[in-house]
Design a protein around this ligand. Structure first.
Ligand code: COA
Length: 572
């Protein structure tokens, strides 16, 4: 290994989006990274012994690093807080306390949690948004900058990290207590809309705000403001596409997802109306057409907007998961978009996620998960086919957020694929209990990446950064670290295509290529072959997919680190 590159071991609670992004960035700079999930002290010690890393990085930990490790190795801990902030609820409190600025600090593990010497720190302006959204955007971008700076400083060999010193005026953070449900509780008779939004945002992702609904305890997630509807504070006054609307003192909020609080029994997040089921007696469903112009704030997961000759179809599904019903509504909206007077359709996904494929939580909740998996994948395939076979427009996929499994192939259905520079792709299904996958991936992936690379991508199960995806030909371009400059560039590209003198020729070429491909092997044949495998996954003797899905939705911790992550455990 060259003197300039390091052997880095990640110790992390899970290989989450931050760990994946850091893995990509460090690997791109020539470092060799191996991953050990934080299972227990003995396993961590064994990983260090096997790998003998130059440096240890902890992107996302819920426990402290064992003393025997931090005493003998430099360990960087990524803390999602400003310098001096200490404790496990960093972002939660920053949102609750309306901090105008927040940050990420890379500190060296020591005997006291988050109190070690500081190697690097970055800040960012806060916005009123879900904790999960701040984490997936601002925190990840700041963490990448801070970790890369810290690694360079470590490599230089002459950097002295700063001890934490609360007497310095620039050290603004403090030790905070872990946030409790009592701190998060909503008083519907006293809290105004902003206070309610803030409380639910600060708990988004995990653990949610504990509240009572229809006489039962639920954790609330996924909220946004409603400008028009009004009612008795706390009452459920409307539903829309799985979300419920609750009145506040001065307005109303939508709540998209709930998790039932159960004694002893595990539970998982579901769309609110599905979680409440029959208990939700008389709230009216107030639909909102994706094509309706609507200036005020409200809940809408699918939205179409048109500028000049370009149509933008937004689909912001929570966590990027797409249920049967969402796939069907999106296909209807897409088909309606093709009937508009537009030359280019830009598929926008959502601000935080592009798509993560079929909705594993809704499938788990169904009376027959096998039947629901079948319905969901077919609904996804119908949507894909509508996009692939579009002859009346050019299509562009604009990935603002990450894509996983079937969600990656959804983007490849478009004629042109562009991603924001920080986007992470997981173009594989295998981790979900050896799921074969469908979504016409056997057609779409090799035609972009080639057969050999397609096989490697699906087998290796590793995340791929946008730049790497561009190099492989998986996508056509990546740019803009921030959303705004990404979207501005996308608009330029789409307008450019629509106004191009070559537009008729481009459309003709596209149709001709589709016809040629169809002659060679019909789309239906790809679908039938893929579904043959999926049928075995859903209905066959091997229950691996059902077990993996169960573990995924109930968040059962890993008992060991998969070998495709833990290179130090591979026998070569
Ligand atoms: N269905 C339901 N929920 C999903 C989902 C899916 N297909 N994909 C992701 N989620 C949820 C996660 O449960 C998590 O929920 P949370 O709100 O409780 O945190 C959230 O989305 C974020 O996922 P997470 O795993 O933390 O994101 P990540 O960026 O760290 O990892 C993936 C991204 C794609 C590797 C990972 O989410 C994954 O493996 N998803 C499943 C993909 C899949 O197998 N789809 C089905 C086949 S098409």
């Amino acid at each position: 290994m060259s003197i300039h590159t390091l052997k880095i071991l990640f110790i992390t609670h899970s290989f989450n989006s931050l760990a994946q992004r850091l893995y990509i960035e460090l690997a791109q700079r020539g470092h060799e990274v191996s991953i050990e999930l934080d299972i227990n002290d003995a396993v961590t010690a064994q990983a260090v012994e096997l790998y003998r890393p130059d440096l240890i990085v902890a992107p996302f930990l819920k426990r402290i690093i064992p003393e025997a490790i931090w005493r003998n190795h430099t360990c960087f801990v990524v803390h999602p807080g400003i310098v001096g902030d200490r404790g496990p609820s960093a972002l939660d409190w920053a949102i609750m306390r309306d901090c105008a600025e927040w940050g990420v600090t890379v500190l060296q593990a020591s005997g006291e949690m988050d109190a070690g010497d500081i190697w690097a720190a970055e800040t960012f302006p806060m916005r009123l948004a879900k904790k999960s959204s701040l984490y997936r955007n601002e925190v990840i971008e700041a963490a990448v900058r801070a970790v890369l700076a810290a690694v360079e400083r470590f490599q230089s060999g002459n950097f002295k990290p700063q001890p934490l010193d609360y007497s310095r005026p620039e050290v603004r953070g403090r030790l905070h207590a872990p946030i409790k449900q009592i701190d998060r509780a909503i008083d519907w008779q006293r809290d105004d809309t902003r206070a309610v939004l803030k409380k639910i945002h600060a708990a988004d992702g995990f653990p949610g705000v504990l509240d009572m609904l229809c006489g039962e305890p639920y954790y609330l997630f996924d909220t946004c403001a409603e400008d028009a509807l009004r009612g008795e504070p706390g009452a459920i006054i409307a539903t829309r596409n799985g979300a419920i609307c609750r009145a506040t003192l001065d307005g109303a909020v939508w709540i998209g997802h709930l998790k039932r609080k159960t004694e002893g029994e595990p539970a998982f997040k579901l769309p609110a109306t599905l979680a409440l089921g029959k208990q939700l007696a008389d709230a009216p469903e107030i639909p909102l057409d994706p094509f309706t112009d609507c200036a005020g704030e409200t809940y809408r997961d699918i939205r179409f907007e048109q500028k000049n000759n370009v149509g933008y179809l937004h689909f912001a599904f929570y966590n990027g998961a797409m249920s049967t019903e969402q796939c069907e509504r999106l296909r209807e909206a897409y088909v309606a978009a093709t009937q508009r007077d537009v030359r280019v359709i830009v598929l926008m996904g959502g601000a935080d996620f592009w798509s993560n494929g079929i909705h594993l939580n809704c499938i788990e909740a169904a009376a027959s998960p096998a039947d629901e998996s079948w319905r969901n994948i077919n609904a996804m395939n119908d949507l894909m086919r509508a996009i692939i076979t579009t002859g009346s427009q050019l299509t562009v996929a604009a990935l603002q957020g990450n894509a996983g499994a079937g969600g990656v192939f959804l983007s490849l259905a478009a004629d042109h694929v562009y991603a924001r520079a920080g986007v992470v792709f997981n173009p594989h299904y295998k981790g979900m209990g050896n799921l074969y996958g469908s979504e016409y991936w056997t057609y779409l992936l090799p035609r972009r990446a080639g057969e050999a690379r397609a096989a490697a991508l699906t087998q290796n199960r590793l995340p791929v950064g946008a730049a790497q995806a561009r190099q492989m030909g998986l996508i056509d371009g990546c740019f803009g670290t921030g959303r705004e400059n990404f979207l501005a560039r996308i608009e330029q590209i789409a307008e450019g295509l629509a106004a191009s003198p070559d537009y008729p020729a481009l459309l003709r070429d596209k149709t001709a290529r589709r016809e040629r491909d169809e002659q060679e092997k019909p789309l239906e044949a790809y679908r039938a072959e893929e579904l043959q495998h999926m049928k075995l996954n859903f209905y066959g003797f091997d229950p691996s997919y059902h077990v993996a899905r169960y573990n995924f939705v109930y968040k059962i911790p890993h008992a060991w680190t998969p070998l495709y992550l833990a290179r130090h455990r591979r026998i070569t």
